[in-house]
Design a protein around this ligand. Sequence first.
Ligand code: ZN
Ligand code: ZN
Length: 58
Amino acid sequence: MSAPVTDEITLSTECTLGERPGYDDVHGLCRQNRDIPLPHSNGVLLVRRCECTCHWGE
Ligand SMILES: [Zn+2]
Ligand SMILES: [Zn+2]
């Protein structure tokens, strides 16, 4: 059984992997703690901020 996943939460590749048992360290590799806008666009995001709980408090 796995924990229920809310697909409204955006996780980076690292933190998605970090959710899995035995991969906790991978959370530390995630640097996606802010939105990255697409250059020369008006508010279009290239990368969405990772909403993993490991970034809370940053
Ligand atoms: Zn994380
Ligand atoms: Zn993350």
